[in-house]
Ligand binder design. Structure first.
Ligand SMILES: Nc1nc2c(c(=O)[nH]1)N[C@H]1C(S)=C(S)[C@@H](COP(=O)(O)O)O[C@H]1N2
Ligand SMILES: [Mo]
Length: 503
């Protein structure tokens, strides 16, 4: 019994050492070669769409934490089992360690941003783990009631491996932290825009409980495939524009700071946003107009797609037509007056108003290939999502909250936000309990690429249960469709509703 428990501990320590050595070496050589991150990324890349949708619906923005947690839990079970197996048959235990190691090495070299040395961290980690397993399990086997001395030798051995695992893992975490972009980001002074953003109109945020007009970087929704947020060295970063162009253009971050910068209010939306969902945010973006860079490269008129690639190998396809039709498409370097945060794409990302993020908003962008849709595809379009994905007209009811209880005899405030980027919102109507559609009041907004806040004061509400629905009309006069569709392939639609009780 004691031997079995010790064998489990031996397996766990061998696993810990494997990961610790893998992590600390990866922090020097290639962050994406970290064994757990590499396996997790591979998992994300291979997850079928239905499972991904389910995970996002179930865990929302915690989906990555849940994935990592499940991976670690699986590894604990596997390495505990390996310890037990090794106690009976060392050879089998070592084969299992080798198989796990090989899987993680395979994942690491398969990353789009893999380097020539991406195989190394987990290979060395696996060798260290195998050696630890041999030593520890031998020590466990060697113990008989008469061998008192062996007991203390064993403790020393276990302690040493545990110490090595903790030091290497801790070192890896520490090194990754010191590799963070926080310091270089803090040193950046953003120049004043040559073309500033419009001032916020009066009345914004006057309604109680409504979503703030400006979304801070901290509160801005995050959607990406990156298990660990890329930490981009701004000094060596560049953006290359090539493909169907007259001349290749490569710009550094310093080059971008020297351009005429535009600052614009723009509301971004994720195609995965469900009706009533919160994968939408509004910020003041500072950047270089995309056409400044594209004109310098000189686009081949036959090109119809821009294929953006991020430093971690993620790709986005954007129609040339939308990117160059005069809307405020940009390579953004600032958000709400600050450099981009690492989560939102530091040092630079693309923004194209009116297009869902997955066909426009490439974060950590480093490459734009000018090409054709028939020649190239991108990450999400490879997975069944649309190539053409303009943002659909949408509204959301923020007030009252779902299942809210509102005191009777008072005015019931009803309020929300609505967006139809590049077309704008011309009217919001609400409908209470199958009554007539009544017009809400629009709070003035900056322009057609930002959302609007809207309010309505409902007087004379009867006690009881109520349902309110809302629908928007865009700037072209088109009423938001009632047709309920799921996000895949080009965005959800349908009218939002809220259920509440007047008491
Ligand atoms: N490199 C990279 N860029 C990306 C993504 C990604 O997974 N990787 N996701 C896209 C999607 S689907 C959306 S909706 C927006 C979200 O940007 P945000 O996280 O800054 O809100 O980024 C886009 N850019
Ligand atoms: Mo998205």
């Amino acid at each position: 019994m004691v031997a079995r428990v010790m064998a489990v501990v031996a397996g766990l320590l061998a696993g810990g050492l494997t990961l610790g050595v893998g992590t600390v070496l990866a922090s020097f050589l290639a962050r994406s070669a970290d064994p757990v991150l590499a396996v997790g990324q591979e998992f994300i890349a291979r997850t079928p769409e239905w499972l991904k949708e389910w995970a996002i619906a179930q865990f929302g923005q915690a989906d990555k934490a849940v994935l990592l947690g499940s991976l670690y839990a699986t590894l604990v079970v596997l390495f505990a089992g390996i310890g037990l197996v090794a106690l009976r048959r060392m050879g089998v235990g070592l084969v299992l360690v080798a198989v796990l190691g090989a899987a993680a090495v395979g994942a690491a070299v398969h990353r789009p941003d893999a380097t020539a040395l991406s195989w190394l961290p987990t290979t060395v980690g696996t060798l260290a783990g195998a050696a630890a397993l041999i030593l520890l399990v031998r020590a466990v086997r060697g113990v008989t009631p008469r061998q008192q001395g062996a007991l203390s030798r064993r403790s020393v051995l276990f302690g040493a491996v545990a110490g090595a695992a903790v030091v290497t893992a801790g070192g890896g975490v520490g090194l990754n932290r010191s590799n963070s972009v926080a310091a270089s980001r803090a040193d950046i002074r953003l120049p004043a825009p040559a073309s500033p953003a419009l001032a916020l109109p009066p009345g914004v945020d006057s309604a109680q409980g409504i979503t703030p007009y400006v979304t801070s970087a901290k509160d801005f929704y995050r959607v990406d495939t990156a298990l660990s947020v890329p930490q981009v060295d701004v000094a060596s970063w560049s953006l290359r524009i090539h493909g169907m162009v007259q001349r290749e253009v490569t710009v550094s971050f310093a080059d971008l700071l020297g351009e005429d910068l535009h600052e614009r209010w723009m509301t971004m939306t994720c195609v995965s946003n469900e009706v009533g969902g919160n994968l939408v945010g509004n910020a003041r973006w500072l950047g270089v107009p995309l056409t400044t860079l594209l004109d310098r490269a000189g686009l081949d008129p036959a090109a119809d797609m821009l294929l953006s690639t991020s430093v971690d190998g993620f790709t986005i396809s954007t129609p040339v037509a939308e990117a160059t039709d005069g809307r405020d498409a940009m390579i953004a370097i600032g958000m709400n007056g600050e450099p981009l945060t690492d989560v939102h794409g530091f040092p630079a990302r693309m923004i194209v108003p009116g297009l869902y993020g997955f066909v426009s908003a490439c974060k950590w962008i480093t490459d734009i290939e000018v090409t054709r849709f028939e020649a190239k595809t991108a990450y999400w379009t490879d997975r069944g999502w649309a190539q053409q994905a303009p943002i659909k007209t949408a509204t959301r009811i923020d007030v009252p909250a779902s299942f809210a209880k509102v005191a009777s005899g008072q005015t019931v405030p009803i309020a929300g936000v609505a967006w139809a980027q590049t077309r704008g919102i011309s009217k919001i109507e609400i409908c209470i309990d199958d009554g007539d559609w009544i017009e809400a009041t629009l709070v003035p907004t900056v322009n057609d690429t930002t959302w609007v806040q809207w309010t309505y004061a409902w007087d004379g509400a009867d006690p009881g249960n109520h349902t309110v629905r809302a629908r928007a009309t865009d700037g072209t006069g088109q009423v938001q469709t009632q047709n309920v569709v799921k996000p895949i392939p080009d965005g959800s639609s349908g009218w939002p509703s809220k259920f509440f009780t007047v008491t």
